[in-house]
Design a protein around this ligand. Sequence first.
Ligand code: UDP
Ligand code: MG
Length: 335
Amino acid sequence: MNERPRYSIVAPCFNEEVVLHELYRRICQVMDQTGEPWELVLVNDGSRDRTPEIMRELHAADPRVKVVDLARNFGHQIAVTAGLDYARGDAVVIIDADLQDPPEVILQMIDRWKEGYEVVYAVRTERKGESWFKEFTAKLFYRIIYRITDVDIPLDTGDFRLMDRKAVEAIKRMRERHRFIRGMTSWVGFRQTGVHYVRERRFAGETHYPFRKMLKFALDAITGFSYLPLQLATYLGFTIAGLSGVAALLVVYARLFMGTAPFYGQATTLVTVLFLGGVQLITLGIIGEYLGRIYDEVKGRPLYLVREVLGFDEEETTKEPRQTTEDGGRRTKDD
Ligand code: UDP
Ligand code: MG
């Protein structure tokens, strides 16, 4: 059994061949300053480039580099989850592979951790090299999430954070499929604090978060932490019913005292009917978003499948399948 590291750095990687060497170099530079044992857990999220080969090379050259090779692309949040499942450090840091999160900040996080904080998240004060659209939608998103969810998710934080073993174990017990890890780490509580940093531009390559993925991510976050969209149907229902009550009184009044009908012709009827149809379809769609997610949960499939792991002991390599059976208390015994 190899030495249990004090720190684990978890980096999800999807087509990151151009950044991996630099990531490794920077992580070594920073982590060696701690003078304590550490491991770098690289999760290959079904890359289609040379990412897995480079990971293998890095592992062969330095056994502190561990590899979790997923069977296909499972998405960023699931890749991070796989990394957390395998990481063994007393403190675990989640970091993007593209060096947008400067590894130097980890040292600050470690200082706060040693002061007794169990979750240290990184708050970005500035974002470099990202389009105004991404910056604007991100800002808007964090503010909406902040307003409508029940957990206090700090503004402008990504997944770049350090977690104490206690917090990691708590997260590992949350096996939900549509994951919003920054929300989940707030939800677990514990003593939390933030450190500030400037988000750099990507070291190389391009973002793997096109608008479509960002939208799905936002929906996962909202549905995972808020019922507000569902309650919207109730609010809309009351508002529209109230308005139509007023309209009915107006019609009666106009008929009795003015001798005319205040609403004329088919156009009014048509617009009203279409409007209501639209509202109903939207609320149905909202229910659909929740329903689909419930269905995914009920199926109870494993969160991810692993092709191969490198650098973990036998005990750890058998971990994933075991975990999915232990998973979320889905035992049939009591059913
Ligand atoms: N990533 C991943 N799976 C995906 C998409 C992204 O593991 O399906 C990783 C990616 O390699 C990077 C991190 O998630 O380490 C953040 O992705 P990216 O830099 O593309 O997003 P952005 O920083 O532009 O939001
Ligand atoms: Mg990035």
